[in-house]
Write a protein of this length. Structure first.
Length: 164
């Protein structure tokens, strides 16, 4: 049976390094002769090698946005900066059902009142990291559910009354 981890270690010992260049593509580096020697076998076992490389790559399976369905049926939109694996969010919400959220392509501008309210929520949280603020604001503009969640948070923080 083919063992991709052993194969990758054997390649490394011979001077060939493999890494994921993009999804589904392997970048092979090393001397021309050594690469030529190993390429047929790399191609023959490409799927297994891709899986082994993906398992070792800490940047894969990292996401910014997640959906959490709590035991009472409440659905939360959770974001993380820096991105993290789904397992980290599942650890934070052990009773909930967590999944990765799809990030929509386009965003609409926030209404001035929502923009001011969002800035007040960020201030109340003590958030001052510009990257986090920008990503959070973009998320509000992209997803109506996140905007509703922010408005509810503003009420909970006492920044605005439930009526207005």
């Amino acid at each position: 049976m083919f063992d991709a981890d052993t194969f990758c270690a054997e390649l490394a010992a011979s001077g060939v390094d493999l890494c994921l260049e993009e999804p589904g593509r392997i970048k092979v580096t090393g001397s021309l002769a050594t690469r030529a020697r190993w390429l047929p076998e790399i191609r023959a076992h490409k799927a297994a090698v891709l899986l082994a490389l993906a398992a070792r790559d800490p940047t894969l399976d990292r996401h910014r946005r997640f959906s959490v369905i709590q035991t009472d049926g409440t659905v939360l939109s959770v974001s993380r900066c820096p991105p993290c694996p789904l397992a980290d969010v599942q650890a934070d919400y052990p009773e909930g059902v967590c999944s990765v959220e799809r990030v929509p392509e386009t965003a609409v501008a926030l209404a001035p009142a929502d923009l001011a309210l969002a800035q007040s929520v960020l201030k109340a949280w003590g958030e001052d990291d510009p990257v986090t603020i920008e990503e959070w604001m973009e998320g509000l503009a992209r997803e109506p559910a996140r905007l509703r969640q922010m408005r509810a948070q503003a009420v909970a923080l006492g920044l605005v009354s439930r009526d207005g």
